[in-house]
Design a protein around this ligand. Structure first.
Ligand SMILES: Nc1nc2c(ncn2[C@@H]2O[C@H](COP(=O)(O)OP(=O)(O)OP(=O)(O)O)[C@@H](O)[C@H]2O)c(=O)[nH]1
Ligand SMILES: [Mg+2]
Length: 501
C-alpha cells in the first residue's frame, strides 16, 4: 500500500510556524537578559557602572563603524570625470604610445589645432545643443554673410564650420557651427560637436524648451571643464510672456551656465496668404532675429579677450586628449596582451605535442607559463618578482589539477567539431587541454593586470576557474585549431605525436 504523502504546503506551513515560534522565543530571551542586565547595572556602584557603560558604548560604536565600512556602497568615479593634466604629461603619454605603434594621429592633430588657435590669438565661440534648436539659424543672424544650411529636419549640420562674426563692442570672433546632439544613431556627430565645444573659449548652449535629462547631462559635462557657458532659450517667439518667464526661471535654476537668456535666432516661417481673387498662396519668409541678450552675455563672458580664457581652454583640451590617450593606451595593451596569449598558447600546445616522455610536459609548460606571466606584466607596466610568478603558477596549477577532468572533457568535445581526427590520437586532446589552460591563464591575467595594475593571485585564480568552467565555443575552437595545425605540422615532419595514457 502506498504511504499517503503529506501535502507539501502543510509541511511548509509547519516549518514556518516552528520557525516563527523559535524566533519569538529568542527575541523574548534576548529582551529578558537585556532588562536583567540593565537592572543589575543600576544596582552597581557608580564607579563600576560608568566605565562599564563607556566600554559598551565604545564597542557599539566600533561595531557600527565596521558595519558602515563593509556595507557602504563603493564610490563610483564617473567615467568621463575630467582629470587635469599638463602639456608635458600629455606629450610624454603620446611619445610612449608612438613607441608602441598606437594610432596617435588624431590626438596629435588635436594638439596641433590647440597650438594653432593659441598662436592666432582669435576668440572662439562654439554653438552647442540638440538638433534643430537653431544653431545654424543663430550663425546666420550673427554672421549674415555666412552660408549656412537651416532646415526643419534635425541633423542638418554634419560637420564643424567656422564663420567670422562681430560682437556689439566691435570685437571680432570666430563662431563654430556644430552638428546637433541627441540624434538617433548620431554618436559620431555628437563627438565632433563635443570636441569643438572643448576647443572654444566660450560656448552658447541652445535649447528650445525645458532641458531634458540628456541636455542636463551634456551641460554638466561641459561645465566640468570650466567652460564659460551662456544658456540660450531659442525660439522664444513660440511662447507668450508668462510661458517664457516660467521657462527662463527653470533654466536659471540649472547648474553650469554663467548666464541665461531668451532669444529668437530667426529661421524661416511658412504661412498662407489670401489673395484678392480668393486664391491661397504659400509664402516663406525669414523671421526677424532677436539675439541682443545673447550678444550682451557673450560680451560680458569674454570681456578679458581670448588671452584671459586661453588657460581654461587649453586645460579642457588637454584633459580630453589625456583621457583619450589613456583609453588608447588601454586598448593598445589589450591588443598586445591578446597577441601574447595567442603566442604562448601556441607554444604550450606545441610543447605538449612534442613531450613524448611522460611528465616532461609539465616542465616545458612551467617555463612557458613563466614567460607568459612576465610578458603580460611587462605589457601592462606591472613590476613582478620571481617569487610572485612562481606563486601564481603554483596556484593556477593546483586549480587546473582540480579541473583537469572538465578541461579534458571540453577538449574532447572540441575535437568532435573537427571530423576525421581519429588518426591524431590522444596527444592532440591533451594538447588542446593544455592550450585551453594557457589561453584561460593568459586572459585571466591580462584582465586582472588591466583592472588592478598588480599581480593579484586571488583574482587571477577566480578568473581562470570561471574561464575553464565555461569556455566559449569560439575560444575552444580557436585553441583546437592551433593544436590541429601543430599536430598536422608535426605529422608531416614524420614525428607523429604518441597517444598518452
Ligand atoms: N520659431 C522659431 N523657429 C526657429 C528659430 N530659430 C530656428 N528656428 C527653426 O528651427 C529649425 C531648425 O533650425 P536650424 O538652425 O537648422 O537648427 P540647428 O540647431 O542648426 O539644427 P541641426 O544642424 O540639425 O542640429 C528651422 O526650421 C528653423 O527655421 C526661432 O528663433 N524661432
Ligand atoms: Mg545646423
Amino acid at each position: 500500500m502506498p504511504t499517503p504523502r503529506l501535502p507539501l504546503r502543510l509541511v511548509l506551513l509547519a516549518a514556518v510556524a516552528i520557525g516563527a515560534v523559535l524566533v519569538l522565543a529568542l527575541l523574548a530571551a534576548t529582551v529578558n537578559s537585556v532588562l536583567e542586565f540593565y537592572q543589575r547595572l543600576g544596582e552597581l556602584p557608580l564607579w563600576l557602572r560608568a566605565p562599564l557603560v563607556a566600554v559598551a558604548a565604545l564597542v557599539l560604536a566600533a561595531l557600527a563603524w565596521l558595519v558602515w565600512k563593509l556595507a557602504r556602497p563603493a564610490r563610483v568615479v564617473p567615467p568621463d570625470a575630467t582629470v587635469p593634466v599638463s602639456r608635458a604629461e600629455v606629450d610624454a603619454r603620446l611619445e610612449t604610445l608612438r613607441a608602441r605603434h598606437a594610432e596617435t594621429a588624431a590626438l596629435e592633430s588635436e594638439l596641433a589645432e590647440l597650438d594653432r588657435r593659441h598662436a592666432s590669438g582669435e576668440l572662439y565661440v562654439a554653438l552647442f545643443g540638440e538638433i534643430s534648436t537653431g544653431k545654424s539659424s543663430l550663425i546666420r543672424a550673427l554672421a549674415p554673410e555666412a552660408l549656412v544650411e537651416v532646415d526643419v529636419r534635425g541633423g542638418t549640420t554634419r560637420e564643424v564650420r567656422h564663420h567670422r562674426g562681430r560682437l556689439p563692442d566691435g570685437r571680432e570672433l570666430v563662431l563654430a557651427d556644430v552638428p546637433g546632439s541627441g540624434e538617433v544613431g548620431g554618436a559620431v556627430h555628437e563627438q565632433i560637436a563635443r570636441d569643438e565645444a572643448l576647443r572654444a573659449h566660450a560656448v552658447a548652449y541652445l535649447a528650445a524648451s525645458d532641458l531634458t535629462r540628456a541636455q542636463h547631462a551634456e551641460l554638466a559635462w561641459l561645465a566640468r571643464f570650466g567652460k564659460p557657458i551662456v544658456l540660450a532659450l531659442n525660439k522664444a517667439d513660440l511662447y507668450d510672456e508668462a510661458e517664457r518667464e516660467a521657462l527662463l526661471g527653470r533654466l536659471r535654476a540649472v547648474d553650469g551656465a554663467a548666464a541665461v537668456v531668451a532669444i529668437s535666432a530667426g529661421g524661416s516661417e511658412r504661412f498662407e496668404r489670401l489673395l484678392a481673387d480668393g486664391r491661397r498662396e504659400a509664402v516663406e519668409r525669414e523671421r526677424r532675429p532677436e539675439i541682443a541678450p545673447l550678444l550682451d552675455a557673450l560680451v560680458d563672458l569674454t570681456a578679458g579677450g581670448a588671452a584671459a580664457l586661453e588657460p581654461a581652454r587649453e586645460a579642457a583640451v588637454l584633459a580630453e586628449v589625456g583621457r583619450r590617450g589613456d583609453e588608447l593606451a588601454r586598448a593598445t595593451a589589450a591588443a598586445e596582451a591578446e597577441r601574447a596569449v595567442v603566442k604562448y598558447t601556441r607554444r604550450a600546445v606545441v610543447g605538449a605535442l612534442a613531450a613524448v616522455a611522460p611528465g616532461s610536459d609539465i616542465l616545458i609548460q612551467g617555463a612557458i607559463g613563466t614567460a607568459l606571466v612576465r610578458e603580460l606584466a611587462r605589457i601592462h607596466g606591472v613590476a613582478v618578482r620571481e617569487l610572485d610568478v612562481e606563486g601564481l603558477l603554483t596556484r593556477v596549477g593546483l586549480t587546473v589539477r582540480n579541473t583537469t577532468a572538465i578541461v579534458l572533457a571540453i577538449a574532447g568535445n572540441a575535437l568532435k567539431a573537427f571530423p576525421g581526427l581519429g588518426t591524431l590520437g590522444g596527444g592532440v586532446l591533451h594538447a588542446i587541454a593544455y592550450g585551453l589552460v594557457f589561453d584561460s591563464l593568459g586572459h585571466a591575467l591580462a584582465a586582472t593586470l588591466a583592472e588592478r595594475q598588480r599581480l593579484d593571485a586571488d583574482d587571477v585564480e577566480a578568473r581562470v576557474r570561471a574561464l575553464l568552467a565555461q569556455p566559449s565555443r569560439e575560444r575552444v575552437e580557436r585553441v583546437a585549431r592551433i593544436a590541429l595545425d601543430a599536430a598536422r605540422g608535426a605529422s608531416t615532419d614524420g614525428g607523429i605525436p604518441q597517444p598518452r595514457r
